[in-house]
Design a protein around this ligand. Structure first.
Ligand SMILES: [Zn+2]
Length: 131
C-alpha cells in the first residue's frame, strides 16, 4: 500500500527508534529524580525491557507520574508495529498514502493530512495542546 522507498522506511524506523530511546531516557531520569526508592529500583530496567511494551510496563506500575510519556510511547510502539506489519505509511481512515514529509515530521502519524484535520475537528477536545 505504501509508496515509501526502503531508504525512507529505514530513515523513519531510525527516527522512531531514537524517539523511543529519548522517551525512555526521560522516564528513567524522572524515576531517579522522583527520589522514590520504588521508582529508583525500577529505573534500571526501563532501558532494558526487550520485547515487552514499555507503555504496558509503565501502566502496570500505575505510575501516574509518567502519564504524559505513556501516550507518546504507545504512539511510537504502535507505529513500530505498523511498520513490522507493513501497514506503516497508510492512512488509518482513508487508506491513502501518508506523505513522506509528514511522516518525517511526525513519524507516529497514522492519518494523512486531510483525515487528521478532519479528526481534529471532530474530536477538538483531544487536540488541546499539552502543557
Ligand atoms: Zn486519510
Amino acid at each position: 500500500m505504501s509508496t515509501l522507498t526502503n531508504a525512507q522506511l529505514k530513515q523513519l524506523r531510525q527516527l522512531l527508534n531514537s524517539r523511543l530511546t529519548e522517551l525512555l531516557e526521560e522516564v528513567r531520569q524522572e524515576m531517579i529524580a522522583s527520589g522514590d526508592q520504588h521508582y529508583i529500583d525500577l529505573a534500571a530496567g526501563v532501558m532494558d525491557v526487550g520485547d515487552e511494551s514499555v507503555a504496558d510496563m509503565l501502566t502496570d506500575m500505575n505510575a501516574a507520574l509518567f502519564d504524559r510519556h505513556i501516550q507518546e510511547i504507545r504512539d511510537v510502539e504502535a507505529a513500530q508495529l505498523r511498520m513490522a506489519g507493513l501497514s506503516y505509511g497508510a492512512c488509518s481512515d482513508c487508506g491513502g498514502t501518508i506523505e513522506y514529509d509528514r511522516l518525517a515530521a511526525y513519524p507516529t502519524a497514522k492519518r494523512c493530512y486531510e483525515c487528521q484535520s478532519q479528526h481534529e475537528k471532530s474530536y477538538a477536545h483531544e487536540a488541546t495542546p499539552r502543557l
